[in-house]
Design a protein around this ligand. Structure first.
Ligand SMILES: C[S@@+](CC[C@H](N)C(=O)[O-])C[C@H]1O[C@@H](n2cnc3c(N)ncnc32)[C@H](O)[C@@H]1O
Length: 299
C-alpha cells in the first residue's frame, strides 16, 4: 500500500509513495508542519541522524497518526538506523525491524506512550540558548554551539552598506553582525530549513531583514545586490556534496551587481577558488584559522 504522508526522502525501493504524497520535512520548502498534523492514515519517514531531533520527529509522527495506522521509519545503519527500534521502544512502541540497502527499517502500528511522546517533542522543541544568546532547536545547523567557521567569518566581515543577502542563514548569527551596520538597507535571509527560518524570525528583529524559506538554487532573482555573505553547506542528505557549495557561489555571482562582493567561509580542504575565479573579477584570501578560510570575491 503506498504511503500518503512522508517525512524526508526514504529510498523508493524501501517505501512506495502515493503520487499525491504530503511532505512533512522542514527541509522541503512548502512542506506541511508535522508539529500541527493530526489524523494521518500512515507515515513513511527517513528519520534524521541527530538523536534528539530523531526522537522528536518519531514522536510527532506517532502523535499525528490515527490509532492503528502504520509508521514506517528508516535510516541508514550508521546515521541513526541502529537506534531506531530503541527510540520507538522508548516511545512505547514495539516494532518489526528489518534491514535492507544499508538501512534499518522499523514498522509499527502502536500509538505509543502519550507521556513519553510529549517528553520527546518537548526535548526537540525550540529553546533560548544562553550560550548563543539566540533561539535554537536540535537539528538546525550548529544548534548548540557557535560554529568555528561562522565565528571566523563574523570576525572578518566588513561594515557593509546597501542591499545584501545571507545565503543559508541558519540561526541568524551572521545576520546580526551584518545588520549592526546602519548603512545596510536590506538583508535577504534564505534557508532551506523551515526551523531556521522560524528561529530567525525570533532572533533577527530588524525591519531591514526579509527571511525566506527557500532553496538558494531555486530562489527568485532579486534586484542586483551589493553583497552576499555565506557559510555554504557542503552536505546534502548527510553526505558530502561540494556541488551544493559551488551552486551557492554560482547563485551569489548571479544576484550581485558588478562590483558587488561575496564573503564566504569554507573548510580549507574545499576547492572553491577555481569556481570563484571563473565567476568573479577578483578573489582574495582574507583569513585562515582552525581549518577554515575566509574569502572575499568581487564581481
Ligand atoms: C553551514 S550552515 C551555515 C548557517 C549560518 N549561516 C551560520 O554560519 O551559522 C549552512 C546553512 O545552509 C542551509 N542550506 C543547506 N542547503 C541549502 C539550500 N539548498 N538552500 C538554502 N539553504 C540551504 C542549511 O540549512 C544551513 O542552515
Amino acid at each position: 500500500m503506498p504511503f500518503d504522508n512522508v517525512f524526508g526522502a526514504p529510498p523508493s525501493e524501501l517505501a512506495e509513495l502515493s503520487p499525491h504524497v504530503r511532505q512533512f520535512s522542514p527541509l522541503s520548502p512548502g512542506a506541511e508542519r508535522l508539529e500541527e498534523a493530526v489524523g494521518l492514515d500512515n507515515v513513511a519517514m527517513l528519520a534524521p541522524p541527530g538523536a534528539i531531533e530523531r526522537r522528536a520527529v518519531l514522536a510527532m509522527a506517532l502523535r499525528a497518526l490515527q490509532p492503528g495506522a502504520p509508521l514506517l521509519a528508516m535510516a541508514p545503519k550508521d546515521k541513526g538506523g541502529g537506534r531506531l527500534a530503541k527510540d520507538l521502544a522508548d516511545l512505547g512502541c514495539a516494532c518489526v525491524e528489518s534491514a535492507k540497502r544499508h538501512h534499518r527499517i522499523c514498522l509499527t502500528r502502536n500509538s505509543g506512550d502519550a507521556e513519553a511522546i510529549e517528553a520527546a517533542i518537548r526535548a526537540g522543541a525550540p529553546r533560548l540558548s544562553e550560550t548563543l544568546g539566540l533561539w535554537t532547536q536540535p537539528g538546525v545547523f550548529s544548534w548548540d554551539r557557535l560554529d568555528p567557521g561562522t565565528a571566523l567569518l563574523a570576525d572578518h566581515l566588513p561594515q557593509f552598506s546597501g542591499r545584501g543577502a545571507d545565503f543559508g542563514c541558519g540561526l541568524g548569527v551572521l545576520a546580526h553582525r551584518i545588520l549592526a551596520s546602519a548603512r545596510v538597507k536590506s538583508l535577504l535571509m534564505v534557508d532551506v530549513d523551515r526551523r531556521a527560518v522560524d528561529l530567525c524570525a525570533r532572533n533577527v528583529a530588524d525591519s531591514r531583514a526579509r527571511i525566506v524559506w527557500d532553496d538558494v538554487r531555486r530562489l527568485k532573482k532579486p534586484e542586483p545586490l551589493d553583497f552576499v555573505v555565506m557559510n555554504p553547506p557542503f552536505h546534502d542528505a548527510g553526505r558530502e556534496n561540494k556541488g551544493l557549495g559551488l551552486a551557492f557561489i554560482e547563485r551569489a555571482a548571479e544576484v550581485l551587481r558588478s562590483g558587488g562582493a561575496c564573503w564566504l567561509v569554507a573548510n580549507r580542504h574545499l576547492p572553491y577558488e577555481a569556481a570563484l575565479e571563473e565567476k568573479f573579477r577578483s578573489v582574495a584570501p582574507v583569513a585562515t584559522a582552525a581549518g577554515f578560510k575566509v574569502i572575499e570575491a568581487v564581481k
